[in-house]
Ligand binder design. Structure first.
Ligand code: ADP
Ligand code: ADP
Length: 226
């Protein structure tokens, strides 16, 4: 996993207050870090800055000590998981998962091996030739998860990945994400407004409010009853 260091990060869209306002945060290698806070508090913008989808107004972002502020998204080697799975509908499960490996021009045999391994990891062995429309919402999200980690990303960024699922599926996929984080051991940065999700999954939580981080700590430290 990669160490992600944000120093005094600001994103100003010219609104009354900056969307992200002087955020500093060190996300340790292999850590499961959750950005938690109410709607509009700057979580997604922070994630988009780490991803390179948005440019910094000021501040720096480093991966393992290297400044990535000027790198476009595809050079940051990050996995992404969003609320809507965004699978390619005309590609099979195996083709969807193989896509990032083909982009990286890996040899065919190696692609096949890695696709099989990651489908086993997300427990979708045997679904290789299915199309997304033939799968349940939870299965589609597991394909998206497989596609996001198959190439060994520096980190996996997850933006409310459970938000579109019903209650049961949400619990199942939450457990799945927890297990996969432990097995893969890469750095996870997870955005949610759901405190319970954050408590269940996180090594540490960064509490956002009004574009700032108010507190950072383990779930136990943040939500200890007084
Ligand atoms: P959260 O993810 O916590 O819900 P966001 O990061 O999406 O918060 O948004 C933080 C603030 O920045 C909000 O006031 C939002 O409206 C504003 N914002 C986000 N993206 C843009 C954008 N592309 N242009 C203008 N304002 C934006
Ligand atoms: P979230 O569900 O994470 O809070 P939103 O629905 O607020 O996300 O925003 C979805 C997309 O719209 C994001 O890419 C965000 O950057 C953009 N966005 C949010 N607020 C604004 C805004 N006020 N003006 C322009 N774009 C915005």
């Amino acid at each position: 996993g990669t160490r992600i260091l944000l120093t005094d990060v600001t994103k100003d869209y010219g609104l009354a207050t900056p969307a992200v306002d002087g955020v500093s945060l060190a996300i340790e290698p292999g850590e499961f870090m959750t950005l938690l806070g109410p709607s509009g508090s700057g979580k997604t913008t922070t994630l988009n800055l780490i991803a390179g989808f948005e440019t910094l107004t000021s501040g720096t972002i480093e991966f393992d000590g290297a400044d990535v502020g000027a790198l476009p998204p595809h050079k940051r080697n990050l996995g992404m998981l969003f609320q809507n799975y965004a699978l390619f509908p005309h590609m099979t499960v195996a083709q969807n998962v193989a896509y990032p490996l083909k982009e990286r021009k890996l040899p065919k045999a190696q692609i096949a091996t890695q696709v099989e391994e990651v489908l086993e990891l997300v427990q979708l062995t045997g679904r290789d030739d299915h199309y997304p429309a033939q799968l349940s919402g939870g299965q589609q999200q597991r394909v998206a998860l497989a596609r996001a980690i198959v190439f060994g990303p520096n980190a996996l960024l997850l933006d409310e990945p459970l938000g579109a699922l019903d209650r049961n599926l949400r619990a199942t996929l939450q457990a799945e994400i927890h297990r996969i984080h432990r097995e893969v051991g890469t750095t996870f940065v997870f955005v949610t407004h759901d405190q319970e999700e954050a408590m269940n999954l996180s090594d540490r939580i960064a509490l956002f409010n009004n574009g700032r981080i108010e507190q950072v700590g383990t779930p136990e430290a943040l939500y200890q009853s007084p």
